[in-house]
Design a protein around this ligand. Structure first.
Ligand SMILES: Cc1ncc(COP(=O)(O)O)c(C=O)c1O
Length: 379
């Protein structure tokens, strides 16, 4: 007798695991999962070495170490000129995934609707379902930018939260001033809706500066913003991040955080608190822009059509000129036959809409990008 009833019956192995496994099995160059393959800053490594022999190994305070919280509020002030009160408006989390999960669990109840913009990162929907809420998926435009009429139409009396992701994974698109003011005006019309703004790639932007939800003071009393040190400092495996929320909302989030994780890795917190004194987040965009430009110029002779990439470390391409296969099959063949792994975009769409677009991660050393593009140009 099967005594188990799955709470997430439609969740299987993620495409990231599938493609990384395929890459391994077939010895393919892995441009699928979003993680860097170059060394982290030696300054960070040295701080880690030194700190590891100090008294940093016991539980950190529940909301985060005071030193790290001070540094993060300074980071937010320096970048967005927003003053937050670290003790009441900031929480250190085990990556953005935990921040998002904890927030949704704390704020969403059965019957609540949560608007998710597709293609969307895969951790939003399961959290909404586990909280008993109803995900309402709205497709972004073909250019992966928001269609505000469609988004506005999705609001109902049950809407409790809108989740946004800017700069956007998987497309690499960023929202303009106009998009941000559309967002603001829709939320001002729907005054009971909470905004959960996933900004894990906030420091990876190229020609244009990222416009954060930190720039919308009229919404501060119901905006939650999350970010990831994993993305900012090339340390995805550390699973470190933070979230900002107004005090009354944060009280509820902290109640769940307390029993979900209690407190976050003490060694990592202590290292990051010191590293933030010297880290230059404003150089991150330049660093990744060089990688983006290298990847795009090497791909120029290929039959793939390069789509706009304004931020993040993802480059999307259309492969219509090469194949009419669906994007999942195309990616499998790319990994097995051509030995380059990528991610199909349809898996980020609830409807599985197949636009014949795939995503490459260019957070890789130059040799990897050169070897991969050599192959891709011959297809
Ligand atoms: C859009 C988006 N949100 C959240 C996350 C999760 O970040 P973390 O690794 O800090 O949990 C990722 C990681 O890839 C992401 O791309």
């Amino acid at each position: 007798m099967n005594i188990l009833k799955s709470k997430l019956p439609s969740v299987g192995t993620t495409i990231f695991t599938i493609m990384s496994q395929l890459a391994k099995e077939h010895n393919a160059i892995n441009l699928s999962q979003g993680f860097p393959n170059f060394p982290v800053d030696p300054v960070l490594v040295n701080i880690l070495k030194r700190k590891s022999s100090q008294d940093v190994h016991q539980y950190a305070p529940m909301t985060g170490s005071p030193e790290l919280m001070t540094q993060v509020s300074k980071l937010i002030y320096d970048n967005y000129q927003r003053n937050i009160e670290p003790s009441s408006e900031l929480l250190i989390t085990a990556g953005a995934t935990q921040a998002i999960f904890t927030t949704i669990l704390a704020l969403i109840s059965p019957g609540d609707e949560v608007i998710i913009l597709d293609p969307s990162y895969d951790c939003y929907e399961p959290a909404v379902i586990l909280a008993g809420g109803t995900p309402i998926h709205v497709q972004l435009g073909n250019d992966f930018l928001p269609d505000w009429n469609k988004i506005e139409d999705a609001f109902s009396s049950k809407t409790k939260m809108l989740i946004t992701n800017n700069p956007h994974n998987p497309s690499g698109r960023m929202w303009s001033e106009k998009d941000m003011s559309e967002l603001e005006s829709i939320l001002l019309k729907n005054e009971k809706v909470i905004l959960l703004s996933d900004e894990v790639y906030e420091f990876i932007h190229f020609e244009n500066k990222h416009i954060s939800a930190h720039s919308l003071p009229s919404l501060f009393d119901r905006t939650i913003i999350t970010s990831s040190f994993g993305k900012t400092f090339h340390i995805t495996g550390w699973k470190m991040g933070y979230l900002v929320a107004p005090e009354n909302v944060m009280i509820e989030i902290k109640k769940v955080h307390q029993f979900n994780i209690f407190s976050v890795n003490s060694v990592a917190q202590s290292v990051l608190a010191e590293y933030l004194n010297v880290a230059k987040v404003d150089e991150l965009g330049v660093f990744y822009q060089q990688k983006r430009d290298l990847f795009r110029s090497l791909m120029q002779p290929s039959s793939f059509e390069l789509l706009p990439c304004e931020g993040t470390y993802f480059q999307t391409v259309n492969y219509k000129a090469i194949s009419q296969q669906n994007d999942v099959e195309f990616c499998k063949e790319l990994a097995i036959k051509h030995k380059v792994a990528a991610i199909p975009i349809s898996v980020f769409n609830k409807s599985n809409l197949d636009q014949k677009i795939i995503r490459f991660c260019f957070a890789k050393n130059d040799e990897t990008l050169i070897s991969a593009t050599k192959i891709l140009c011959q297809i």
